[in-house]
Design a protein around this ligand. Structure first.
Ligand code: ADP
Ligand code: MG
Length: 362
């Protein structure tokens, strides 16, 4: 999978730009606040249908424009692909794949697979379980559309169940209808939990390999999928989760929300048996976060027979020179877009980014 060219109009601090990319390493160099991250964001948007920052579409439109357009031409293993997204300040975005408008984001996801890494991704290791769920969701959705649809279904069912818990005058009112929501919730939870468990076991060997490679190989990385349903992942999963939900109903009614389910999932991460979240050094956390991302890359290739696009934002500012050198070797496997503020010892096509303009360095 390769992105051949991009065209932007009014996206973030860009006016109109159009540029071709190299099949291997594209190095985006520029001072701070020139548009390097914005360019990665526009690529990510065409892959996932939203930004990697939590922000609204209208924030992506240039302050002095009414709409933004991103157009990407990509080459897949067996066919070419054009993706065009239009974002507006006051209406919903539209996305076209090969000139045909799509109805749901699910149609876009998986067309161009992507892995994004920036120093902020440290939160993947350090912050709340939500970050690790997001990691699993974005990754699995790209390889499995059923997962993506089940996930939004689960979220809707959960919202409805929570509304019922919160707004019912008595628990008897809840009991009248909760069974319907529970059946639906349990069916969706099953697919999500089993897929997440599979995902964690799939990326583990890749993450271990990447981690020992980047860190120089002394520590043993372990990942453990923690299911928030608090039942075994076996053939009785649905039945047992139904029982658990019933058992917890009174508690949930008092809380006003559902305390059990895959919305409480997490991944525990250990180095040599010690939990990295609470006890790892900054350096260890950073290496683990990067290893997880590189594992994502390898795992996607394993599943699809094709590497995803790799977006690396400012990663060099955070890694020591030895780790930088190791990362660079890893980078050569797929089309990579890498931002930095000065020239590094990477070979690749260099683009200067300055105040929303892009220029190929000769
Ligand atoms: N919607 C927008 N319209 C115009 N400029 C924007 C918009 N959103 C962000 N910017 C500007 O983009 C610049 C940041 O770009 P960014 O890609 O993050 O920089 P960097 O090159 O450091 O990665 C800032 O100057 C910011 O003010
Ligand atoms: Mg930046």
């Amino acid at each position: 999978m390769k992105i051949q060219s991009i065209e932007l109009d009014g996206f973030r601090n860009y006016g109109h730009i159009k540029t071709k990319f190299d099949d291997n390493v594209n190095i985006l160099i520029g001072k701070n606040a020139q548009g390097k991250t914005n360019l990665l964001e526009s690529i990510f948007y065409c892959c996932i249908g939203k930004s990697f920052k939590s922000c609204k579409d209208k924030e992506l439109v240039n302050w002095s424009a009414e709409q933004a357009r991103i157009k990407i031409v990509a080459q897949k293993k067996y066919r070419d692909l054009t993706i065009e997204a239009r974002l507006f300040k006051d209406q919903k975005k539209t996305i076209k794949i090969n000139d045909l408008p799509i109805k749901k984001i699910g149609e876009l996801i998986g067309e161009i697979n992507v892995v994004f890494f920036s120093p902020q991704e440290l939160k993947l290791v350090r912050e709340s379980p939500e970050e690790r769920r997001k990691f699993m969701d974005i990754d699995i959705s790209q390889n499995n559309k059923r997962y993506f649809y089940q996930l939004s279904r689960y979220e809707k069912i959960l919202q409805n169940r929570n509304k019922l818990l919160k707004n019912s005058k008595t628990i008897d009112v809840v009991k009248e209808t909760v069974e319907i929501w529970d059946r639906a919730l349990v069916a969706s939870a099953k697919l999500l939990a089993f897929e997440r468990q599979k995902f964690v076991s799939q990326i583990l060997p890749f993450a271990q390999k990447a981690h020992s490679y980047i860190s120089g190989g002394k520590e043993q990385l372990e990942l453990k999928y923690i299911c928030g349903c608090k039942v075994e992942l076996d053939e009785n999963f649905e039945e047992n989760l139904m029982k658990q939900l019933r058992k917890n109903l009174e508690k949930d009614y008092k809380l006003g929300y559902t305390s059990l389910g895959v919305h409480r999932d997490d991944i525990d991460i250990y180095l040599n048996g010690v939990e990295v979240k609470g006890f790892g050094s900054q350096g260890q956390q950073r290496t683990v976060a990067l290893s997880l991302k590189l594992a994502e890359l390898e795992n996607m290739c394993n599943i699809n027979g094709e590497y995803p696009i790799l977006l690396l934002d400012d990663v060099f500012s955070e890694l020591d020179s030895e780790r930088q050198a190791r990362l660079i070797k890893f980078v050569g496997r797929t089309q990579t877009f890498i931002t930095c503020t000065d020239e590094k010892k990477i070979s690749g096509k260099v683009y200067k980014i300055s105040n929303g303009e892009i220029a190929v360095q000769k």
